[in-house]
Design a protein around this ligand. Sequence first.
Ligand code: SF4
Length: 333
Amino acid sequence: MTPQPNALEIEDLVMHFGPVRAVDGVSLTIPRGRVTALVGESGSGKSTVGRCVVRLVEPTAGTVQIAGTDVTHLSRRRLRPHRGAVSIVFQDPAASLDPRMLVGEIVAEPLRLAGKGFSRREREARVAGQLERVGLRAEVARRYPHELSGGQRQRVSIARALISEPMLLIADEPTSALDVSVQASVLNLLADLQRDIGFACLFITHDLSAVEYLADDIAVMYLGQLVEKGTRERIFARPAHPYTQALLSAAPVADPVRQRQRQPVLLGDDLPSALDPPSGCRFRTRCPLAFDRCATEVPAQTPIGDGMAACHLVQPDGTGPDVRTTDPSEVLS
Ligand code: SF4
């Protein structure tokens, strides 16, 4: 039996906006039914990767395959049959829902765009079912987005994204514009739906604590490039790249005793400009363990299981120093 193609395969993706190198050679595979979290600070290029996948922007180079079809340069007409295979939920539901449309029309829109010939009654029944699935009452279909709370609006976005039964969902910071009090319920909803329906998901976030509940795999992005990939279990237990270690040191943990004992690793300066990234390892201007070679040599990707880490200090067995416990003066130059 021929193996089924992966939900998403990104190969050497490059997206330059003029001189700004927003994405600079990203390769990432998401098998069917799995969730990969793409994490990194704002400005790392992670949202641009998501936008390339749904073709909101056309990549400068590289390829994007969805369910085995190369969609990188398909014309709008030829892209249409593949539109239903991938959906996106944006950060801010207030901006992504058309204020002039009723919720029912918004949720039904992907069916209309995909040219699926449902009767009005069938469409209404599907919308009602979809609203209930995301925890809203069916009569919300007759309301406008401004009549709903932020959390309810994001539930509408999720209902719209999933009505075409996509193989792949791009969730771009889906909770970061919401009130802290409703963030957890929206994340739980996404996790439940993913488990029930089994769609693959690229979950773009800067919030590592959200990743812990939703992701199977994690890819860490820094200044347009991936610096580490691995399973959630491995990355949380044994992060190999100094940047991942620093991000994890700052993420809150549930255990209050462990939380009090932890010392976040301070990365100092802001993310350098993507106009002129540092030579060698791009993280070197903020890395507590940087040494001479880091300025002159781009670190190779050391394989770790199915994943990798790109740092000169990571050994072939995936071990290396941890910035959370290592005195930088002990690192050889
Ligand atoms: Fe730090 Fe050097 Fe490793 Fe880059 S290659 S993460 S600068 S130690």
